[in-house]
Design a protein around this ligand. Structure first.
Ligand SMILES: Cc1cc2nc3c(=O)[nH]c(=O)nc-3n(C[C@H](O)[C@H](O)[C@H](O)COP(=O)(O)OP(=O)(O)OC[C@H]3O[C@@H](n4cnc5c(N)ncnc54)[C@H](O)[C@@H]3O)c2cc1C
Length: 550
């Protein structure tokens, strides 16, 4: 098929990713007068980790004592890597934004006194509303339009390029500021809403020279039916577990319980602790989505055993991502901002998972701040992207050869992307490598990932979809290498154990630092202790980022 003409657009701010972080970022920038384009790999409103489920939020009334308690608790479980000032900022900002959501007529559940329960949002309704508000703010939205690479020059980032999947053509958006909000990376583990999350934004940022932080905190799996994708697993508290012979699996259900049992063999569950019709009805009405895959498969979960698996969630409910160096979520690259799961959440979650309230709240707040910062940066008018001599920054997984037949490319010795992805997953999914981490196991896995790394530039690419998948494979390979490099550098257990090596089971006070990784051929590791100094927010990014321009 002949490729149609490319779509080219100019904007002040380009937002890459249309989950909650991207939606809030786009709206926030547009409200400040910026001309904004938002591109999503799928569809703004139904794509990403939040859209298909429900999400709990960190919503606390402005009661100083209550908030201080929440902050102190998080500082403790976060292993001393979170910052009180940033947690308070999130508590303040999310409160404001959720009031706005109510004003937009989101149907919050109300208690018996009519008080709206703002600590929970239903994904589909929330994201449908966000799409409406983003469009109302005048943002141009391109759906099914994944970004593949950034545009760059000596002044920093100036836009991006990607593909329009349904039209078989490319897009290019020149913009003075770019916000990466592409979510985390679950390595195509088939978790609900997570299969678009291949950490494309990390690779784009990494190629532009951005640093990543907290990548070692990625030891996160979630139970799901072995035949389905639903990782909303809170209701499993009502289950009894069995082995394949029907023997009950006893013992204390500590954090490693399911993983340890699954190493021994298949695990089945029956939700027989909900032993009355009343309890079962309450569970069904409170978490309807949990029951869908079982109902479809004709399984009565309260009576019949169903097989479980642990799906890898990587950095979606881990904490690592692009390093944030300014209070408006600027990265270390001028003109480049990060929000939501694409950014490190360490400043508010520390070494503990942000799933369960912090991540969704961070997506709202970091999106809002990144939108403000990007709009201000773009408005400074010093870096007009439409007339700059920008070059595409992508270097990996953008194999030439589009148009060649698969056979031709295969004969040239190229690797099928599916095969490459399987080899990456083989190093990332196994519990015995990535859950029960050891120095030896991770060193071997990293060596295999380094070995396959050159192949990301020799994939079979014959159409626009292949181009996207080849790039996703490169992003996952890069992410896995950053993750394991950081994991091998943290020789201790910090916080809740979102990373721990068997050889170093205890916390080491000397390692109360953040680990930074950067680079793609050679990965560099550094440490950051600046957050241990008395809290002071960086000045707005226009100044700090200007200083960073070489
Ligand atoms: C099962 C589950 C339950 C959770 N429950 C909670 C909870 O109760 N509370 C909580 O705080 N957190 C929870 N989380 C985490 C929360 O869902 C995420 O933190 C949140 O969705 C992050 O928002 P985001 O916008 O950064 O990313 P996402 O919502 O994942 O959106 C990312 C978007 O980027 C797009 N994208 C990806 N690559 C590209 C590309 N190359 N070009 C263009 N677009 C791209 C995707 O299509 C997607 O729309 C949960 C996560 C899971 C998986």
């Amino acid at each position: 098929m002949t490729k149609s003409l490319n779509l080219t657009l100019n904007a002040d701010v380009l937002v890459i990713g249309g989950g909650p972080a991207g939606a809030w970022a786009a709206r926030s920038a547009a409200e400040r007068g910026a001309k904004v384009v938002l591109v999503d790999k799928g569809y703004l409103g139904s794509s990403g980790a939040t859209a298909p489920g429900g999400t709990n939020l960190l919503y606390l009334p402005p009661d100083q004592e209550l908030r201080e308690q929440a902050v102190q608790h998080r500082l403790k479980i976060g292993g001393g890597l979170a910052e009180a000032g940033w947690i308070h900022r999130v508590l303040d900002q999310v409160y404001i934004n959720l009031e706005l959501v109510e004003k937009w007529e989101y149907p919050f559940v109300r208690d018996e006194n009519g008080v709206p329960q703002r600590d929970h949002l239903q994904g589909p309704e929330y994201m449908r509303l966000m799409r409406k508000m983003v469009k109302r703010a005048g943002v141009k939205v391109l759906d099914q339009a994944p970004a593949l690479e950034l545009l760059l020059d000596g002044y920093g980032v100036g836009g991006a390029r990607g593909v329009l999947r349904q039209e078989n053509r490319d897009w290019e958006v020149r913009a003075n500021a770019v916000i990466i909000a592409t979510g985390g990376c679950a390595f195509l583990s088939k978790g609900l809403g997570c299969n678009v999350l291949t950490r494309d934004g990390y690779l784009m940022g990494g190629e532009a020279g951005a640093e990543l932080s907290g990548m070692e905190f990625s030891r996160r799996y979630a139970p799901s039916p072995a035949f389905g994708s639903n990782t909303r697993s809170r209701l499993l508290g009502w289950a009894t577990y069995y082995d394949q012979h029907g023997n009950e699996l006893g013992g204390r259900r500590g954090e490693d319980f399911l993983a340890e049992q699954m190493l021994k063999g298949p695990v089945y569950a029956i939700m027989n602790k909900a032993d009355t019709p009343e309890k079962q009805a309450i569970l069904r009405s409170s978490h309807a989505i949990f029951f869908l895959p079982y109902d479809r498969a004709g399984i009565d979960v309260f009576k019949e055993p169903f097989p479980l698996t642990l799906r890898y969630e990587g950095t979606v409910r881990g904490t690592g991502g692009l390093r944030i160096v300014t209070d408006d979520c600027g990265t270390t690259v001028p003109g480049l901002y990060a929000a939501g799961d694409a950014a490190t959440r360490e400043r508010v979650t520390g070494a503990a998972s942000g799933g369960g309230a912090f991540n969704a709240s961070w997506a709202i707040c970091s999106g809002t701040w990144a939108g403000e910062g990007a709009a201000a940066y773009a408005a400074s008018g010093r870096f007009n992207a439409s007339i700059r001599n920008l070059r595409p920054a992508g270097r990996y997984g953008l194999s030439p050869g589009e148009g060649a037949s698969s056979d031709e490319v295969r004969k040239s010795g190229a690797t099928p992307t599916r095969e490459l992805v399987k080899r990456i997953q083989d190093q990332v999914f196994p519990l015995k490598i990535n859950y029960f981490r050891s120095e030896r196991g991770l060193t071997q896995a990293l060596a295999k990932l380094n070995e396959l790394w050159p192949e990301v530039n020799h994939q079979i690419v014959s159409n626009v979809h292949d181009r996207l998948h080849a790039r996703e494979a490169a992003s996952m390979a890069a992410t896995a290498r950053w993750m394991y490099t950081a994991a091998l550098a943290r020789k201790e257990r910090r916080g809740e154990g979102l990373h721990v090596l068997q050889e170093y089971p205890d916390a080491d006070p000397e390692q109360q630092h953040r680990l930074l990784v950067s680079g793609l051929e050679e990965i560099r590791v550094g440490t950051d202790r600046s957050f241990l100094a008395p809290a002071s927010f960086n000045s707005k990014s226009v100044h700090s980022q200007e200083a960073a321009v070489k």
